[in-house]
Design a protein around this ligand. Structure first.
Ligand SMILES: NC(=O)c1ccc[n+]([C@@H]2O[C@H](COP(=O)([O-])OP(=O)(O)OC[C@H]3O[C@@H](n4cnc5c(N)ncnc54)[C@H](O)[C@@H]3O)[C@@H](O)[C@H]2O)c1
Ligand SMILES: O=C(O)C1=N[C@H](C(=O)O)CCC1
Length: 233
């Protein structure tokens, strides 16, 4: 497959290596200096850019009839707009806040735990995410996915970075040099605590998941997520 890398930073460079190892080639390496995108020799696009550039990259790919996956976080206020755009244009689009297999299994465990404990008022709930200091958005996209899954499976009705009431999932974001990504979901009561934690040791898992998702979407039409790709849950 010929892959357009829309974003050639920390993630784009690792995705390039993983994609080549899996027999693909790179048709575009777009970064902040890129002024236009020519998709004529591209089978699939992978967007890992900036919160401010993801929407235009995704729309440009859909306009060019190139299936596109995006791992960029921090642009989700436009997600429904992109879903409509993709459906209207009969394109193919997949967003994942986290492409790693481990985190997608962690999402499943989080949903089960929310169903089991999320309606007991004895337990206070806290999500903590830790990332490197260069990260532009907070909270992380993964923490938002965890919170939204808890909201769908428990008494919690919303999430916020400052806890406002008992129905709010509180998310704490910490920034520490070089941390690739750690997420902790903690339920705490007077008598005990239950905690689940995912720690990324490096960015390889995100990159491999993104390339697998790009291979999967290449000949499809529609709007998808990682549950479709991994067939879990
Ligand atoms: N979903 C996941 O699994 C996952 C994993 C890691 C990172 N991320 C997210 O991916 C994004 C990128 O992360 P990163 O660590 O590679 O960041 P980075 O800052 O290292 O890279 C971003 C790149 O985008 C480029 N860019 C700027 N304007 C652009 C444009 N108009 N078109 C294309 N590229 C442009 C920049 O030049 C830079 O090279 C972030 O939003 C991050 O949160 C997601
Ligand atoms: O390095 C980042 O930035 C990461 N972003 C994603 C998020 O916001 O959840 C995934 C983990 C790494």
């Amino acid at each position: 497959m010929k892959i357009a890398l829309l974003g050639y930073g920390r993630m784009g460079k690792i995705i390039e290596r993983v994609a080549i190892e899996r027999g693909h080639s790179i048709s575009i390496k777009a970064d902040s200096k890129t002024t236009s995108l020519n998709f004529s020799d591209t089978d699939v696009a992978i967007d890992f850019s900036l919160p401010s550039t993801a929407v235009s990259n995704i729309k440009a790919s859909i306009d060019a009839k190139v299936p596109v996956i995006s791992g960029t976080t921090g642009w989700l206020e436009s997600y429904e707009d992109i879903v409509s755009y993709c459906n209207e244009k009969k394109g193919a689009f997949l967003y994942a806040s986290n492409f790693s297999l481990g985190v997608n299994i962690f999402f499943e465990v989080n949903r089960v735990l929310a169903k089991l404990i999320g309606n007991y008022s004895d337990y206070k709930l806290n999500i903590e995410e830790i990332h490197h200091t260069k990260k532009l958005d907070a909270p992380s996209g993964t923490a938002i996915s965890l919170a939204e899954d808890i909201i769908q499976n428990s008494k919690f009705t919303n999430w916020a970075m400052d806890k406002t009431n008992a129905d709010t999932v509180k998310i704490e974001a910490k920034r520490i040099v070089d941390v690739p990504g750690t997420h902790i979901v903690n339920y705490d009561s007077e008598v005990d605590s239950i905690e689940i934690k995912h720690t990324a040791h490096n960015r390889e898992g995100f990159a491999l998941g993104a390339v697998i998702a790009a291979e999967w979407i290449a000949n499809k039409k529609g709007v998808f997520n990682m549950k479709d790709v991994l067939n879990i849950g």
